[in-house]
Design a protein around this ligand. Structure first.
Ligand code: PHE
Ligand code: FE
Length: 291
């Protein structure tokens, strides 16, 4: 495969997708789209903005985020400024063998899956502008690091995400990407989990959001229903509003075991079925009461 042609294709899609222009600097990226974090280049204003984002979000975690997230976040010591990825990587590597790699922004699907399949989590280097405090269209370093990195300290979740990466490379050969992307969306990004005290959040898209972290647990409008693999893979999702449906797992073992079967026949079957709208409950489904 010709890497240069590959990259030109990717930029064409990226430019079409990003309504606000391409933000990261891809010129120094290697073949895996990895760059140096260049931590020394962050300004005092950027570190201060990170501290505000962190403080606002940390205050919202108790009683909303799952315990595993809260405990692991503390191990990252990231409250005082934009963290150095290498330092976090060393701690993470000791715990589960994962490392972080710095990337300029969104990367091609295949490259993303290759990183995950090799226990490397790509983290965007740039931080949002102050005006984007509450909402950004594309993932920045706060979403990627704060939202995604803590759960990688858990051995079961860490294994699951590696399997997901391998499954992504496989899905590319089976025309199954749309189904697999919905699984990621409704678990890794917007998943809820049961606890003895009620529902808790483990999805990074919610954990890094100032508004949805309470909305998803307490608002009467959205559906909260038990995770079911094929149901999730058939369900469309919202990218510009809060979710209309959240799927609830019992624990991370369930996520690991329910995604273990070979998806080849599942993709084939799902292609014959209509997709489901984001805000619909099936006749046999019950919704968890809000917390
Ligand atoms: N079991 C899936 C397959 O065969 C791979 C996968 C694992 C996908 C874990 C997602 C999560 O394609
Ligand atoms: Fe994310």
């Amino acid at each position: 495969m010709n890497a240069a042609v590959d990259r030109a294709d990717f930029f064409k899609t990226l430019a079409e997708k990003s309504t606000h222009g391409i933000r990261g600097d891809y010129s120094l990226a290697d073949d895996h789209y990895v760059i140096n974090q260049d931590w020394g280049a962050y300004t005092p204003e950027q570190h201060a903005l990170w501290r505000r984002l962190y403080a606002r979000q940390a205050r919202l975690l108790p009683g909303r985020a799952c315990d595993l997230f809260i405990d692991s976040l503390a191990r990252l010591n990231a409250a005082d400024g934009i963290p150095q990825f290498e330092v976090a990587s060393d701690a993470l590597a000791k715990a589960t063998g994962w490392r972080l790699v710095a990337v300029p922004g969104l990367i091609p699907d295949q490259v993303f899956f290759e990183h995950l399949a090799n226990r490397r989590f790509p983290v965007t280097v740039w931080l949002r502008q102050p005006a984007e405090f509450d909402y950004i269209v594309e993932p920045d370093v706060f979403h990627d690091f704060f939202g995604h990195v803590p759960l990688l300290f858990d051995p079961v979740f860490a294994d699951h995400l590696q399997e997901y990466g391998k499954g992504g490379l496989k899905a590319l050969t089976l025309d199954g990407l749309a189904f697999l992307a919905r699984l990621y969306w409704y678990t890794v990004e917007f998943g809820l989990i049961q606890s003895e005290q009620g529902l808790r959040v483990y999805g990074a898209g919610i954990l890094s959001s100032g508004g949805e972290i309470d909305y998803c647990l307490t608002h009467p409008a959205p559906h909260r229903t038990a995770f079911d693999l094929e149901r999730v893979m058939r369900t469309l999702y919202k990218i510009d509003t809060y979710q209309e449906t959240y799927f609830v797992i019992r624990n991370f073992h369930q996520l690991f075991t329910d995604t273990q079967p070979d998806f080849t026949p599942i993709y084939a079957r799902l292609k014959t079925l209509p997709s489901l709208p984001a805000g619909m409950l099936l006749p046999d489904e019950v919704t968890f009461p809000p917390n």
